[in-house]
Design a protein around this ligand. Structure first.
Ligand code: HEM
Length: 74
């Protein structure tokens, strides 16, 4: 099964979860080595700028997801 079968979600909150998934998947595809990601986890989890940047990436993806769902207006 595809890890991204659809951009459609029922609620904005589910859409936000999808935006997080997209963001994390980008990191995973950029750095496929589990051990390397685990070893870097401590650094980013404890760095305000890293966390702010991660939030920014999620915000960008959320824009795409929201648009794909017509901002859950219909
Ligand atoms: C865990 C998001 C970047 C490595 C998490 C979690 C979230 C998250 C929400 C918690 C998941 C949970 O506990 O259920 C993000 C976002 C990122 C990002 C939005 C950037 C856009 C990175 C980077 C690394 C990394 C750059 C390391 C290179 C990890 C690891 C965990 C984790 C190893 C722990 C997984 C676990 O304990 O099961 N991340 N992350 N992440 N992240 Fe990230």
């Amino acid at each position: 099964m595809s890890w991204l079968p659809t951009l459609q979600t029922n609620t904005p909150e589910q859409g936000y979860e999808l935006a997080i998934k997209l963001s994390r998947m980008a990191v995973k595809k950029t750095q496929p080595d589990d051990e390397t990601r685990s070893s870097l986890r401590h650094d980013y989890a404890n760095n305000a700028d890293s966390l702010t940047m991660a939030s920014h990436v999620v915000a960008t993806n959320f824009q795409t997801v929201a648009q794909a769902n017509n901002y859950w207006r219909d």
